[in-house]
Design a protein around this ligand. Structure first.
Ligand SMILES: Cc1cc2nc3c(=O)[nH]c(=O)nc-3n(C[C@H](O)[C@H](O)[C@H](O)COP(=O)(O)O)c2cc1C
Length: 254
């Protein structure tokens, strides 16, 4: 007998399977040990990038109060395209999202929490209009507090297209692109890592929302994008390192 549509819908699809198969149970937790010899690198570097831009000290407004910032935070999608973003402001956003805030010797803590302190998220900036930065794609190095220039060119339209044609990226001063190097988290958490990398990215993005609002900028989180072109744009393989989330930032349109 043919199954009814309703019964067919009861079959777990990938989302339900994912949630089920990444559940912690006492049985699943047994027998896993941490292979310290094969712990993935904590920091990514582009040795072939010959241009490293040392970031200036982060500039924060002293008048910004947390309650007001949270009250004012909105997703802003309309920007004034012709104004540039000062590099000091971008510094503040990078520091707020992934800056190093404490040094514990062998490892460092950052401005946003991370499951197990493993920091699987990498930050790329698509700079369209940032003072002192040639247009292109940059990779942020938290420990060096610099940007590695990895791809010159105006990618604002290409990235907007990759993000399902969301035009705000074409007018934004810059767009943050967050990837995960999945093995950094899988090394400890195995398949459950796939839950944690998205949680990490969410914490980071909220810091961007709040720091951006404090600086008078408009921010919009972007999870609607075509994966393959987004990964290709920054040159990651989409499996070992994959784009999870983006956020456009710009001066709000009047
Ligand atoms: C995970 C996530 C993904 C989102 N993706 C998009 C997106 O692709 N495009 C967009 O315009 N807004 C996106 N948003 C913004 C939401 O639409 C927005 O947060 C929501 O409408 C509530 O408005 P508010 O942020 O102003 O409070 C996203 C927000 C989150 C948290």
């Amino acid at each position: 007998m043919k199954e009814s549509g309703k019964e067919q819908n009861k079959q777990p699809a990938i989302g339900e399977k994912f949630q089920e198969e990444t559940k912690y149970t006492p049985e699943k937790l047994g027998g896993h040990y941490l292979d310290w010899e094969h712990m993935p690198e904590r920091y990514k570097n582009y040795p072939e990038s010959t241009l490293k831009i040392k970031l200036p000290e982060a500039a924060f407004s002293k008048d910004a109060h947390l309650r007001d910032i949270i009250q004012r935070r909105r997703s802003v999608r309309n920007y004034t395209p012709n104004l540039a973003l000062p590099l000091e402001t971008l510094s503040a956003l990078l520091w707020a999202t992934q800056g190093i805030t404490a040094d514990a010797g062998e490892y460092q803590f950052r401005s946003a929490p991370s499951a197990g302190g493993l920091y699987p998220i990498e930050t790329y900036i698509m700079a369209r209009a940032v003072d002192g930065l040639e247009q292109g794609i940059y990779h942020f190095r938290p420990y060096a507090f610099d940007l590695e220039f990895i791809k010159p060119g105006d990618f604002s339209r290409a990235l907007a297209q990759a993000a399902l044609g969301q035009g705000m990226i074409a007018n934004a001063q810059a767009t943050f692109i967050w990837t995960a190097i999945v093995e950094r988290s899988k090394w400890k958490y195995r398949q459950r890592a796939y839950r944690y990398i998205y949680l990490d990215a969410g914490h980071i993005a909220q810091n961007l929302y709040l720091a951006g609002t404090a600086a008078g900028l408009g921010v919009c989180g972007i999870a609607a994008f075509f994966d393959d072109p987004s990964n290709a744009l920054i040159g990651v393989d989409g499996t070992e390192e994959t784009v999870l989330y983006m956020a456009s930032i710009g001066w709000p349109a009047k």
